[in-house]
Design a binder for this molecule. Structure first.
Ligand SMILES: NC(=O)C1=CN([C@@H]2O[C@H](COP(=O)(O)OP(=O)(O)OC[C@H]3O[C@@H](n4cnc5c(N)ncnc54)[C@H](OP(=O)(O)O)[C@@H]3O)[C@@H](O)[C@H]2O)[C@@H](O)CC1
Ligand SMILES: [K+]
Length: 499
């Protein structure tokens, strides 16, 4: 799914108004009606009290239309228009006129009573038009909303959130009901406290404009990753499903390579070989009898050489940073042309030896967590700067960066794919190793590198989504990624058959 910036969203509005013969106020009413329908579906009882906070731009106009529709549907509604939140736009004025005609009063400044759990704040102060810091009076209103004990629904964006720069104060929203497109700012780590759930409402913007307008940002949700999925052929056998090689492990860190190897096999590849130091031989053969094991070095890897031809290689889990291992990595990179995934200490070794980066085959996939990312490409000033730096780094080295975070981002060339699957249960040791295994396993099956990264990240997150119902958040471990891979695939199959 495409993510558009504010300029493209405005353009989509204009094209829609022109092509569908609408007025801009009709489009506002259409958008607000979608919000109303969402609310009616989720709050069908008429005992909920809605307190709507409106600015005076078009976001405030949306708020007024929603307030009127709720009032007409016999919900108790209170409306506050905040004078310091924008200058009245014509569509805001039109919405206000209709509110008055419906005999609704605004800014009553009165106390209302409501039952526990029956208060919903609707946040319509600012939308995508916020362009400068908030007036202190608006900050006060936002603080009041954030301190309330009701649920908060934000129309289009949590008010106060900038679309293109760092946000200091904004509404902490329970659900953002956003129009047509997900917004980039929603998925940035620094904005996580303002966002809980996001519902994307289709307001019928021009389909051709959306399809034909390029963007650098995409959301990888379940429907949009399906075209990257390659179901297993009826004629598959272990020879056709690909052979993955996982290189890693050192004394005390064998679990990482066991997890990666298991995840690679569970991702669907036919064969997995683990290349490990001798101290890990018994561990690997016992913990994971399905894998073949090649050993070298006693407690860490000192040389990397093999006379097999894997379809893909994952290197790094548990490998450590011993000097001999560093040299082994360098010598291996000089000779290797096989599609590659680089993770963990192999990434750290590369960070200390950036002159080795040109040795990586084109479209090598790197899977850094935030600290590893910083070591690789240097620090960043804010989330937007981080995005630019990631795009520049991936382009400069012809790499695919999988920047792990709550919303993992897959960056290649100037394009960023933001993942939506997964949850906080994944914040536990070893899950990164399983991601390396999954992506390597997909590469071995013949997925191209971009698909392997995007689909692999999604599948990895999905294991946690399907598992937590059974494991709970706290008890989920990296082994559960492996255990629930089958359920995650079944979920994807079910989505595929829905189409
Ligand atoms: N296709 C869609 O998605 C549709 C979108 N729609 C809705 O339109 C919303 C965008 O509306 P919008 O452009 O009027 O901007 P909004 O966010 O209401 O801000 C209001 C104005 O305030 C001003 N201003 C800026 N910063 C300020 C500040 N700190 N303190 C004070 N004032 C400040 C600034 O005007 P300025 O003063 O700069 O001229 C700004 O324009 C969008 O989020 C969605 O809800 C639907 O109606 C239809 C379909
Ligand atoms: K808003």
């Amino acid at each position: 799914m495409k993510i558009f910036d504010t300029i493209n969203i405005r353009e989509a509005d204009k094209v829609t108004i022109l092509n569908q013969g609408l007025t801009s106020f009709q489009l506002m009413e259409r958008a607000a009606n979608e919000v109303f329908l969402w609310i009616k579906k989720h709050r069908p009882d008429k005992e909920t009290t809605f307190h709507v906070f409106c600015g005076q731009g078009n976001n405030g106009g949306d708020g007024l239309v929603v307030a009127r529709l709720l009032h007409e549907a016999n919900y108790p509604v209170w409306v506050d228009i905040v004078a310091q939140a924008g200058t009245p736009t014509p569509d805001f004025e039109a919405a206000l006129q209709k509110v008055k005609e419906a005999d609704m009063e605004c800014n009553l400044n009165a106390n209302y009573t409501y039952e526990k759990d029956k208060l919903v704040y609707i946040d319509a102060l600012f939308g995508t038009g916020l362009s400068r810091d908030l007036h202190p009076e608006v900050v006060k209103v936002i603080e009041r909303i954030n301190a309330c004990d009701g649920k908060v629904l934000s129309i289009d964006v949590p008010s106060g959130m900038f679309m293109d720069k760092t946000t200091a104060v904004a509404v902490e929203s329970h659900v953002v009901l956003t129009f047509q497109f997900p917004k980039l700012a929603f998925y940035l780590p620094g904005n996580s406290r303002f966002i809980n759930k996001i519902a994307i409402l289709d307001i019928g913007l021009d389909k051709d404009y959306i399809a034909n307008t390029p963007t650098s940002y995409y959301l990888s949700d379940c429907p949009s990753i399906l075209h990257r999925y390659r179901p297993v052929s009826r004629f598959a056998h272990k020879g056709t499903q690909g052979h993955a090689l996982i290189i890693g492990g050192s004394y005390g860190k064998m679990g990482a390579v066991v997890l990666a190897a298991k995840a690679a096999l569970k991702s669907g590849c036919g064969l997995v070989t683990a290349y490990i130091p001798k101290c890990g031989y018994d561990i690997m053969q016992t913990a994971f009898p399905e894998a073949m094991a090649l050993t070298e070095g006693q407690e860490h890897i000192t040389k990397i050489g093999f006379d097999m031809q894997p379809k893909a290689i994952g290197i790094g889990p548990g490998i450590g940073q011993h000097e001999e291992t560093q040299q082994a990595l360098h010598d291996f990179l000089k000779l290797n042309n096989t599609p590659l995934v680089v993770d963990a200490d192999a990434l750290n070794i590369l960070s200390y030896n950036k002159e080795w980066l040109p040795l990586l085959p084109e479209n090598t996939i790197m899977t850094p967590h935030p600290k590893e990312l910083e070591r690789l490409m240097g620090s960043w000033n804010n989330d937007f700067d981080r995005l630019e730096k990631m795009k520049a780094f991936a382009s400069a080295h012809n790499l695919i960066l999988v920047a792990k975070d709550a919303h993992t981002m897959v960056v290649h060339g100037g394009t960023v794919h933001i993942n939506t699957s997964g949850n906080a249960a994944l914040a536990t040791g070893g899950t990164g190793d399983t991601l390396t295994g999954i992506i390597t396993g997909l590469l071995a099956q013949g997925y191209n590198a971009v698909d392997a990264a995007i689909f692999g990240v999604h599948l990895h997150g999905l294991t946690a989504d399907v598992a937590v119902e059974h494991t709970g958040m706290q008890a989920f471990t990296a082994s559960d990624v492996v255990t629930y891979m089958g359920k995650a695939y079944l979920h994807i199959e079910a989505e595929l058959h829905k189409k």
